[in-house]
Each structure stands twice: as C-alpha cells, then as structure tokens.
Write a protein that binds this ligand. Structure first.
Ligand code: HAM
Length: 422
C-alpha cells in the first residue's frame, strides 16, 4: 500500500535552514532597535480565548467573522491569535502591568494566524513584529511608535516606502461619519461591487478599503472622516503631523485610510511599499484608547504597530537587499584512520570552547569527500590529521581561501585561529 504523504496546511510554510539565517538577522535588528527605543519584549501564548479576539478586534471584521482558526477545549473556545495587540492588552490587564509605573513600551515577534485566501504576501500563518506603548495619550507616543517602525526598515535598507496617516476619530464622531457615508453611498448602491454592497450593511467604513475597480470613482468623492473630528482629536492629529515633520519622517495624509480592525481611535497609519503587488502594506497600526477598557481594564490610552515579516522579505528580494552574509565554518577536522578520528572527537570541544565553530566527519568518509564536505560547509580552515601527524604531534592547518598550508602543534593552531576570529 502506498504510504500517505504529508504536507503543511495551505498558506503555511516551513522555514528551511537556508532561509532561517535571514530571519535571525531581522530578529537581531529588531532586538537592537528595540533596545535603542527602550522597548521591552513580551511573549504571549499562540492561542487566546475567542471572546477576547472577538471583543478586541471586532465581531464585524473579516478577521473575526471569516478568518479565525477556532477550536474548543472542554467548555472553552479558543482561536489561534490573528494578531497580538488584543493579547498584549489582555496581558497588561491580567498582570496589572500599570503597577510597574510609567508607560509600558512593549514589543513582540511571532507567528499569527488568519484563514485568508493565500496569495503573494498573504499567508495563513505569517509572522509579525510589532510594538505597543500603553498608558500614554500624548501625540509624542504616536510619533515614537512610527519612528520605531521606520527605524527597522531603515536598518534593513528599505527606504522607498510611503507612510500613510489618518485620524479615524472616536466612536461618537465615527458614528456621525458612518451615517454621512451611508447617505452618500446609498443612491449609488446598485453600481458598487457586490463586496461593497455587503459592506454597506455590515461595515460601511470598509467600502473605503475596496480594491474593486467599479468602486474607485465613488470612493474618491466620498466624505472624509477628518471633517467629523472633535476639536480635541483634530488637535491631536495636527500635533502628530507637526512632530512627524520635525523628525523628518515624511508622510502622506489619506483621509480614506481605514484599518481592518475595529479597535482604532484617532491616529491610524500604514506603511506601503510599491514592491509588494496587491498586498502592499508592509505594516500598520494606530491608537486604540478604548481597547483596554473594552476587555475589562481601566481606561488606558495606547498606540502601536505591527508589520509582516514575510512582506519585508519580499520587499528585500525586489530591492536586491541581502540580509545575510555567507555563513562560514571556522574549522573542519579532516581525519585519516581510527586514531585520527578519536583525536578529532577529543579536540572538537576544545576548538568550540575557544569560541570557534568546528565540525568533522562522523561517518568515515575518504579524505577526498571530507575535503569536499569542508568546502560545502564553507570552512575557512581545515586541520588534517593522519598517522604521521599524530606521531609528530604537528598537524596540517590549511587556509582554504588562500590555499596555503603549514604544520603546527595543536596549541599553536588554536592560538592562530582564535587570533583570527578576534
Ligand atoms: P494588521 O494591519 O492587521 O494590523 O497587520 C499588520 C501587518 O501584518 C500587515 O500590514 C501585513 O504586513 C501583515 N499581515 C497581515 N495579515 C497578513 C497575512 N495574512 N499574511 C502576511 N502578512 C500579513 C495588526 O495586526 C494590528 N495588531 C497592528 C497594531 C498594533 N495596531 C496597534 N498595535
């Protein structure tokens, strides 16, 4: 009988060893920038109670209504987290993080899950890095979160991006705005796409997000939310723009920018790249001053962003940015005969203890294939050990790049190699 073959779930991918190095490099950049901006890492579980995500992200959103990986354990209902803002807010409330004093500047890196239709830049398991400033309502926090996000793209070398910003107001002004939007779209309803007709009923704001050709001219002339903001929110938005200008962060105002999650209030933003095709958002975020209250905490203003790591790598590929240098092995021990192998096994730990990466053949291959293996592993040096070398106490050290070799005692080799890496 044929053996079954197994594969990943559609839209979920293995990250194989050749790929992993660029992930490490990006993670390293994120950790380093986080340190500069004084953010602390937080790690939350991959599953959360369905109710938290439904309340946080919003029942009417695509994420909650169509894209959740949901399951039950006993009485409880869980989902694989589709994003990390609601989980971080939950952790903030659950562990009374406000008691640590000041604002909580938190960041995270990890997998998220949305059962969307996979396409370029859209997976069902994807990875985000993101950050949240919890406990500050000042526009300076909005701008610092944007600056942190931009600093990571700067370090990577992705600079041809557009930062779009908007203010989506508060529930009261948004309610008025939604009424105005409905009044505006109603007479044209039969000319809108079927998706937008549905959104007209469930979530009219999302019509503005439509990519359908037939909707575009109507969207262009639609009323804008910035005409409905309270005075205080309009001032907040103005200050965000001034601070961005002061920091030399260029931006474009997009009064039709709406986000696919319901918790936003006031500032909303997206970072767009021309290198991504139709899924053109590298990252996005905004202020969510009511979320923490909504999930059972005290009123606590907050702002954050999250960015897709796979999309960042797509942009790198388009821009020919190579995040990783070639991985080198410091030293490979080539052995001839049983005694030499034993010597090799005894000396590998000494090389590693000195901070060198070191490897050898474990399966008794010929010298020729061991040399090939050393080449394949990108070894900088090879130590060649045979009967004569053992008798003499001196071993051949070959510099693979320079194709030069000489004989030394092991201590001398160790000395030479460690000077090399320091
Ligand atoms: P979001 O806009 O839903 O926001 O996602 C942020 C980023 O995650 C997107 O811009 C995109 O790069 C990436 N992303 C989203 N879905 C997928 C997918 N299916 N495949 C690949 N990449 C994807 C949030 O998640 C909010 N939590 C951001 C935030 C943080 N707001 C405040 N704090």
């Amino acid at each position: 009988m044929a053996q079954p073959t197994f594969s990943t779930h559609v839209g979920m991918v293995d990250i194989l060893p050749d790929e992993v190095r660029k992930w490490h490099k990006l993670e390293q950049i994120i950790h380093q920038e986080a340190k500069k901006f004084h953010f602390e890492e937080i790690r939350t579980p991959i599953m959360e109670q369905t109710e938290l995500i439904a309340r946080g992200v919003g029942e009417g959103t695509d994420i909650v209504s169509k894209e959740m990986f949901a399951f039950e354990r006993g009485e409880d209902q869980y989902v694989l987290r589709p994003e990390c803002t609601a989980p971080v807010a939950r952790a903030f409330v659950e562990h009374h993080l406000e008691q640590r004093g000041g604002t909580q500047n938190l960041y995270y890196i990890g997998p998220m899950f949305r059962a969307e239709k996979p396409q370029k830049g859209r997976q069902r398991q994807f990875h985000q890095f993101g950050a949240e400033i919890i406990g500050a309502d000042d526009p300076a926090a909005d701008v610092d979160i944007i600056a942190f996000m931009m600093a990571i793209y700067d370090r990577v070398g992705i600079s041809n991006t557009t930062l779009k910003i908007n203010s989506v107001g508060e529930p009261e002004s948004r309610k008025e705005y939604i009424e105005a939007l409905k009044d505006y779209f109603r007479p044209h309803l039969d000319k809108l796409s079927s998706i937008s007709q549905k959104r007209f009923e469930n979530n009219p704001l999302r019509i503005l997000d439509s990519k359908e050709e037939e909707d575009q001219s109507f969207i262009e002339d639609a009323p804008v939310i910035t005409d409905f903001l309270t005075e205080e929110t309009a001032e907040h938005y103005q200050r965000v723009k001034e601070l961005l200008t002061e920091l030399d962060i260029s931006f474009e105002e997009d009064p039709h920018l709406v986000r696919g999650l319901d918790y936003y209030t006031r500032t909303a933003f997206e970072l767009i790249s021309p290198d991504l095709g139709s899924q053109d958002a590298l990252g996005g975020g905004g202020r969510y001053d009511l979320l923490i209250e909504e999930i059972g905490g005290q009123h606590t203003p907050a702002v954050g962003f999250a960015a897709g790591m796979e999309r960042l790598f797509i942009a790198c590929q388009e821009l020919d940015i190579n995040l990783v240098e070639e991985e080198m092995l410091d030293v490979y021990i080539v052995t001839l005969g049983e005694e030499a192998r034993k010597w090799g096994l005894e000396h590998l730990p000494k090389l590693r203890a000195a901070g060198l990466s070191a490897s050898m053949d474990y399966i008794g291959r010929s010298i020729k294939s061991q040399m090939k293996d050393a080449d394949r592993e990108n070894a900088r040096h090879v130590i060649i050990v045979g009967g004569n070398e053992l008798a003499e106490g001196k071993f051949t050290l070959r510099n693979m790049k320079a194709s030069e070799e000489d004989s030394y005692t092991f201590d001398k080799i160790l000395d030479k190699l460690t000077t090399d890496i320091n």
